[in-house]
Write a protein that binds this ligand. Structure first.
Ligand code: HEC
Length: 155
């Protein structure tokens, strides 16, 4: 290794060490159990088990923070994904959504898991979040089931 590349390597190590001093907040908000999608009447247990396993880290108040989320720069990426993810959809705050919003979230979820956008690259880090074709069917079926009452009202 040349002197120049040693200097660069030392610089990278130094930046990573200093980066650890910036420690983003990883606390989970408290949850009113009665507000969660799990507590919702008519929601299938198999469906919420998939949400817990594959979506809950970014779309619920019950994020599990694996060891690498304590190491910068992953800690920054993960806290950003969790805060943006919860803003977009929070299955722990399901009761706050109107029936119309709930249907939209479920329809969007079906679309996103079918295209592979969700859970996306996270499945490389956390292989247990990978969805099987059956899991995708279950998510899409939950969306179709939620549409039934609306269809009845409009008739
Ligand atoms: C690693 C974090 C992460 C995981 C895991 C994750 N999401 Fe997301 N999700 C996000 C972020 C960040 C956003 C907001 C930005 C965006 O839309 O890309 C989002 C947005 C969404 C949206 C709303 C916007 C849109 O694109 O339609 C839906 C619906 C959604 N996710 C569903 C899911 C479902 C269902 C799962 C589980 C199968 C899941 N997500 C897993 C991070 C995540």
């Amino acid at each position: 290794m040349s002197k120049r590349s040693l200097q660069i390597a030392a610089g990278v190590v130094w930046v990573l060490v200093v980066a650890q001093l910036i420690r983003p907040d990883r606390t989970n908000p408290t949850t009113d159990i009665s507000h969660t999608i799990q507590a919702h009447a008519g929601v299938k247990r198999e469906f919420v088990a998939i949400l817990d396993r594959s979506c809950g880290d970014c779309h619920s108040n019950a994020t599990v923070w694996p060891w690498y989320t304590h190491v910068a720069p992953f800690s920054w990426l993960m806290t950003y994904a969790v805060s943006e993810g919860r803003k977009a959809v929070n299955f722990s705050e399901w009761a706050r959504y109107s029936p119309q919003q709930q249907r939209k979230v479920l329809a969007d979820s079906c679309q996103d898991v079918t295209s592979g956008k969700m859970p996306g690259l996270y499945s490389v880090l956390q292989p247990e979040t990978k969805l099987s074709p059956r899991d995708i069917d279950t998510i899409c079926a939950a969306g179709r089931q939620a549409e039934v009452p609306a269809a009845r009202i409009s008739q």
